[in-house]
Design a protein around this ligand. Sequence first.
Ligand code: SF4
Length: 77
Amino acid sequence: MADKHDKVPENAPGKYYIDNTCVPCNDCLEEAPMLLKYTDDESKVYFHRQPQTPEEQICARKAKEICPVEAIGDDGE
Ligand code: SF4
């Protein structure tokens, strides 16, 4: 389960975030390419913005479900 106290610092503030257990494997980017980016050193992925539309909410939820290491959380502020 993702830890909101261990977020990748680049995450945009809000409900969704990725924590430092991200591998990164790229799977989530295929589900929500409009919301996610690699950090500059490409060691992690983060939410560069929060989902706005119902469609983006679905993409964010799918990204969370597909992550093999459960690095995506939806209990952020
Ligand atoms: S699916 Fe999980 S481990 Fe893979 S890049 Fe996304 S957040 Fe990182």
